[in-house]
Design a protein around this ligand. Structure first.
Ligand code: AMP
Length: 281
């Protein structure tokens, strides 16, 4: 397994494989790899000859008050996980390699970045779209793999690729969960044992919303209220947003449609967690 830290070494690695007619799959991550990331690697492994995992805690997608400095890192463990998962190369540039002095070009996707996490984290998706564009330009993968745990991110990336004619296929894969339903996330690391137990409320709220829809409730407001009530039953949980929205536009809906996205962001103590569930009837 190659460890690539520069753009030029990565281009050489990719060119050598492409010359042999090999296909390349990219899995972009911020590291501290877990089963969610590894499910993407597995998907990429099945579809492509060469799998590249990027590990880069991208400063431009964090707000000034966010957790950039304390974001968990464990390079040794990530290296081993990638090695065992059959990854061909890790691209792990420094921030200086990715953002040279004077860097001043941004990719801004439109209305799908304005709701949900985009509303509570101004500039977040501009940072994501910009760094993913750079990763696509550096690695030039045939396919790139994203998790539906970050549903809005997958929508934003697909829109960007479509609108800007980027020659890459976006593959979005299901959320990997802990046994009790909590979505696996690097940020779960921040939770104390007590908060970890309280964090189960995110999945409970999504299930409650889904069950109401399946029972025939068609007013989105009633679903929102049921999810909010579930979350508010845990005093330590603070709602950032609870959304019942269209899975394509991410705009709030009034009535339940054949496909509806339930999405939420909740703070448990100091830790902001997100989760979502697509409900089809
Ligand atoms: P991150 O390192 O948090 O930026 O995540 C890198 C990629 O892994 C993103 O495409 C995420 O959506 C995906 N991912 C994170 N957690 C999960 C999960 N529990 N299940 C599936 N994919 C995930």
């Amino acid at each position: 397994m190659e460890i690539l830290t520069t753009v030029s070494a990565t281009r050489r690695f990719i060119a050598a494989h492409k010359q042999q007619g090999k296909t390349v799959g990219l899995v972009p991550t911020m590291g501290y790899l877990h089963q969610g990331h590894l499910s993407l690697v597995e998907g990429a492994r099945k579809d492509n000859d060469v799998v590249v995992v990027s590990i880069f805690v991208n400063p431009t997608q964090f707000g000034p008050q966010e957790d950039l400095d304390r974001y968990p890192r464990d390079m040794e463990k990530d290296r081993n996980s990638c090695h065992q998962a059959g990854v061909d190369a890790i691209f792990m540039p420094s921030a200086a390699e990715m953002y040279q002095p004077g860097f001043d070009t941004w990719v801004q996707v439109g209305s799908v970045t304005e709701t949900l996490c985009g509303a509570s984290r101004p500039g977040h998706f501009r940072g994501v779209a910009t760094v993913v564009t750079k990763l696509f330009n550096i690695v030039q993968p045939h396919r790139a793999y994203f998790g539906l745990k970050d549903f809005q991110q997958a929508v934003v990336i697909k829109k960007m690729v479509q609108d800007l004619n980027m020659p890459v296929e976006i593959v979005a894969l299901p959320t990997v969960r802990e046994e009790d339903g909590l979505a696996v996330s690097s940020r779960n690391e921040y939770l104390t044992p007590k908060e970890r137990a309280q964090a189960r409320v995110l999945y409970r709220a999504l299930r409650a919303g889904k069950e109401l829809i399946l029972a025939g409730e068609c007013q989105a407001q009633a679903i929102r209220k049921a999810m909010e009530d579930e979350i508010n039953s845990v005093p330590a949980a603070k709602i950032d947003y609870v959304s019942v929205c269209d899975p394509t536009t991410l705009a709030e809906v009034d009535a339940i449609a054949p496909a509806t996205l339930l999405a939420l962001a909740v703070k448990i103590g100091d830790t902001r967690l997100i989760d979502n569930m697509l409900v089809e009837i």
